[in-house]
Design a protein around this ligand. Structure first.
Ligand code: AMP
Ligand code: FE
Ligand code: FE
Ligand code: ZN
Length: 285
């Protein structure tokens, strides 16, 4: 069994439509793929309708969160959520708030760039997102198309970096509240790419312990942004805390260079995740 539990489609910041994404997953030889767009479940139906026979789809999402530590500013953390009830009112309301937050924050970034003469327009970026969840990758593509930078990577390394003067933060969900919301909706919360230092500051073991106390059920161990040492460290930490270990590609289509199925989840860990999720079933034969 080949299992990839973290992918993004064009309803957030990937480039494959949900239908193309599930076809890509099957063509790559996956047996199981989770669709985990940022802060939305909008791709679930289209992915299910386009599901190739033999492929199992795990409905999921990646929630934008922050960890509030006692020392220093909040740390951005991403929380994967699987098999939750999309209609759970409090959780649905929080996702809607996050999407609004992304719009106001994206507009702030683009307004700053435009004020300094960069040829980007917020209205065009929103129109191009076709009502999906807007993120920095959309702004990056606009900068590429305007000829300001030569790649999405280059845009992130310069103008869109979290230390760039144009960067604007989002008021993301307190991760402990996020974990409780996912659990309340019958879902399985998994800490995404927890040690990926290329994305900014990362949390310490104390935070992972606090998240576990709040109901965290798993950690993403094998991820393209983790070094072998970080994977070994997280694996031991997960085993010590009794958490599920996942592995995944974090595929974003052509917005990132990582192919689908680059990293995968062990079948016994997948079975444990399935057993813990009660909000919706997987989509399967
Ligand atoms: P945002 O959620 O708007 O803050 O944007 C962050 C998103 O950009 C995350 O989903 C990342 O997967 C993506 N991202 C981060 N760094 C890069 C990069 N170098 N190239 C492409 N996408 C990136
Ligand atoms: Fe992303
Ligand atoms: Fe992420
Ligand atoms: Zn992701």
């Amino acid at each position: 069994m080949r299992i990839d539990l973290h992918t993004h489609s064009s309803v957030s910041d990937g480039t494959d439509s949900p239908a193309t994404l599930v076809a890509t997953a099957a063509a790559a030889g996956l047996d199981v793929v989770a669709l985990t767009d940022h802060d939305t479940t909008a791709g679930w139906t289209a992915a299910a309708e386009a599901r190739p026979a033999g492929l199992t789809i795990v409905p999921g999402m990646e929630l934008s969160c922050r960890y509030f530590s006692s020392d220093g500013p909040p740390i951005a953390v991403h929380l994967l959520a699987y098999l939750f009830d999309p209609l759970h009112p409090a959780f649905a309301a929080e996702r809607a708030r996050l999407r609004e937050e992304r719009l106001s924050r994206g507009e702030r970034i683009v307004t700053g760039l435009a004020a300094d003469g960069y040829p980007v327009a917020w209205a065009q970026i929103v129109a191009r997102s076709e009502g999906g969840v807007v993120g920095r990758p959309h702004i990056a593509r606009a900068l590429v198309e305007a000829g300001v930078v030569d790649s999405v990577d280059h845009a992130f390394a310069t103008l869109l970096h979290h230390r760039s003067p144009y960067y604007a933060p989002k008021a993301d969900t307190d991760v402990l509240d996020g974990i409780r919301l996912v659990r309340a909706a019958g879902g399985v919360p998994v800490f995404a790419h927890g040690l990926a230092t290329s994305r900014g500051r990362v949390v310490g073991d104390d935070a992972i312990a606090a998240m576990t106390a709040a109901g965290l059920l798993g950690v993403e161990v094998d991820h393209p942004d983790h070094t072998p040492d970080q994977r070994a460290y997280l694996r031991a930490l997960a085993d010590g805390l009794g958490l599920i270990r996942t592995g995944s590609s974090d595929y974003h289509g052509t917005n990132k260079r990582t192919p689908i199925a680059t990293c995968t989840t062990e079948p016994d860990q997948y079975e444990a995740l399935l057993a813990a999720g009660t909000g919706v079933p997987v989509v399967t034969d």
